[in-house]
Design a protein around this ligand. Structure first.
Ligand SMILES: Nc1ncnc2c1ncn2[C@@H]1O[C@H](COP(=O)(O)OP(=O)(O)O)[C@@H](O)[C@H]1O
Ligand SMILES: N[C@@H](CC(=O)OP(=O)(O)O)C(=O)O
Length: 557
């Protein structure tokens, strides 16, 4: 019953007229006890039409309208935004308390909350799984990572003073699963996903219990039970279209019938064929949040991290990185795809499709403005937005053995990759040769031995039509910004790289118009990023501008 609304009214002095009129309405649930004189408190679920009639009746019967209206308004409140908190934001009981306080400090928002696993739980679960493969069943309970996970979650439950039963079953099951892995002596991608799901399943249960304890009504959801339907690509699954209506139905339906803050597991889904738990790739809770944003048509998606927004480069490489106040979806997607850990590579897609702004905020510093990501922004002054580094990339130089002018060479090269299921990142071509890099995330998701033999196989296949040079330990430095000013960016960048004595091995300016990629050796890459950062972000912008032909930078689409 889509329009159902819940009422509660204290009837102080009802009249026979009121009682009669109430019974005339098409009530889903008759009030109990029957409305009568001096009735105290009742709860009704009414259609919108009946609700209007009920209001009139209430007035006629001197019902305590204050109480009625209060609950009426509560039910009419719509879900307004989604707030995602990453592992670092919910790493301890103390952090969970602060996050709860943060959520409740926005009284005008009715958010859906998406949580990642506590702290480094996902990494620990993966390590525990790997150890279980070879440690023997009897030694599972002494796996250090298992003890750490148990201790962290039990301590958090205790410190938050919530019932330990909320996670007891999960901890028991986790140990059983590790014993199963030890018995089978193998950890398949499917089991790996089931294993890491314990992290999000436990963090959300603890947090929902705590919210309820402090009087903020909350309801926990496992994403794989509420319609997150994915491909069966374990460890790196894609969200399928059917997810949006299914998630909307689950969350909205519950909210209408019994409003409570939804606390949803990030990162997890359910394979459409296998019906097994899948994961959306590392950092996938961002994608969970943007998917919910699109499914519910919300006005804002917030991702709360441990940094003051998206920064001008990875702060672990260069601590003087600064927050970027505005980004477009295209810039953010490119930045994430080319390796900025701060956002999941696919997470911008649902937000862009539904045109919902994404705000990246710092849960440790909520007053910092963060980064606002929208469809368009003023690009008139933008030169470079951010520098991203993707390490340990494999590069292939492929030169055709045929004569110039032969067609079909590129098609053959790409069909080889398609047949082998390997995706390509950066490409630069001439008519008879092509240089490209392979997407490491697709290779990383496979076993190391499998990776090596797959690369051999790629080379073997390509050598049928070309001379192939396999180059490993390369890095992609992506310059994200206003490619309308590519000449200025390239001039400045190459000046920096020449000063460092670094030779660029490949360069590509993608069709996205926000990214220029440079390939250099792994061992030179960090220094390049630091020097590029100094040149672009620690130099007065006007010094960059003087050479720029006026009118070069135009507004974005
Ligand atoms: N360009 C960047 N801007 C901001 N953070 C970045 C960037 N590149 C890498 N990072 C790293 O990403 C981290 C935040 O992402 P992540 O760990 O996935 O957050 P969470 O777990 O809170 O969702 C930061 O702590 C920072 O170390
Ligand atoms: N816990 C998962 C999913 C995730 O999104 O985590 P975080 O928000 O902490 O990056 C991971 O570590 O990959």
């Amino acid at each position: 019953m889509a329009n159902a609304l819940q009422f509660s009214a204290t009837v102080q002095a009802a009249s026979p007229v009121f009682s009669k009129r109430m019974h005339c309405q098409s009530l889903r649930h008759r009030p109990s006890p029957p409305l009568n004189y001096n009735l105290v408190a009742t709860s009704l679920v009414l259609s919108k039409r009946s609700r209007r009639a009920f209001k009139v009746s209430c007035e006629a019967a001197s019902v305590d309208l204050l109480e009625t209206n209060k609950i009426d308004n509560e039910a009419e409140k719509k879900i307004t935004c989604v707030m995602k908190f990453g592992g670092s934001s919910v790493a301890s009981a103390e952090r969970m308390r602060e996050v709860a306080e943060l959520i409740l400090s926005f009284p005008n928002e009715s958010p859906v909350i998406v949580l990642s696993a506590m702290g480094k739980t996902t990494n620990k679960l993966l390590l525990a799984g790997e150890k279980a493969v070879s440690c023997g069943v009897t030694n599972v309970d002494s796996i250090e990572e298992l003890s750490f996970i148990k201790e962290l979650h039990n301590r958090t439950v205790k410190e938050l003073e919530v019932d330990e039963s909320v996670i007891a079953k999960h901890l028991e099951e986790l140990e059983q699963l590790l014993k199963g892995i030890a018995m089978m002596k193998e950890l398949t991608p499917r089991t790996r996903d089931y294993l890491v799901s314990f992290g999000e399943c436990m963090s959300t249960r603890i947090f929902a219990a705590y919210m309820n304890k402090i009087g903020a009504k909350a309801r926990q959801y496992d994403a794989f039970e509420i319609g997150f339907i994915t491909t069966d690509d374990f460890t790196n699954a894609d969200i399928l279209e059917a997810t949006y209506p299914a998630v909307a139905k689950s969350l909205h339906g519950d909210w209408i019938s019994d409003p409570a803050i939804p606390i949803v597991t990030g990162f997890l889904g359910k394979g459409w064929r296998s019906c097994a738990i899948t994961t959306l790739g590392r950092g996938g809770s961002d994608l969970t949040a943007t998917t919910i944003g699109k499914a519910l048509g919300l006005s804002e998606i917030q991702v709360w991290k441990d940094v003051d927004g998206v920064l001008t480069c990875d702060p672990n490489i260069y601590p003087h990185a600064e927050p970027v106040p505005y980004l477009t979806f295209d810039e953010a997607a490119e930045l994430a795809y080319f390796g900025a850990q701060v956002l999941h590579p696919q997470s911008m897609r649902p937000a862009r499709e539904a045109d919902i702004p994404v705000r990246v905020k710092n849960s440790y510093n909520p007053n910092a403005p963060g980064t606002l990501i929208t469809r368009a922004r003023d690009m008139s002054k933008a030169v470079l937005t951010s520098i991203v580094l993707k390490r340990n990339v494999t590069m292939l130089d492929i030169a055709s053995t045929r004569m110039l002018g032969q067609f079909g060479f590129l098609a053959k090269v790409f069909s080889t990759f398609e047949d082998l299921g390997i995706s390509v990142d950066v490409v630069a071509t001439s008519e008879v040769s092509i240089s490209l890099t392979l997407d490491p995330s697709k290779l990383w998701s496979r076993e190391l031995i499998q990776q090596a033999s797959e690369l051999d196989h790629v080379v073997e296949e390509l050598e049928k039509i070309a001379v192939v040079n396999l180059l490993q330990r390369r890095s992609i430095i992506s310059l994200i910004g206003n490619v309308q000013r590519s000449s200025l960016i390239l001039e400045k960048a190459f000046h920096v790289l020449r000063t460092l004595g670094v030779n660029v091995q490949m360069i590509s300016q993608g069709a996205s118009k926000v990214n220029i990629s440079l390939i250099v050796n792994d061992d030179e890459a960090e220094q390049c990023v630091k020097s590029l950062h100094k040149a672009f972000f620690e130099t007065d912008i006007s010094e960059l501008e003087w050479e720029c032909v006026s009118g070069n930078g135009s507004a974005s689409t």
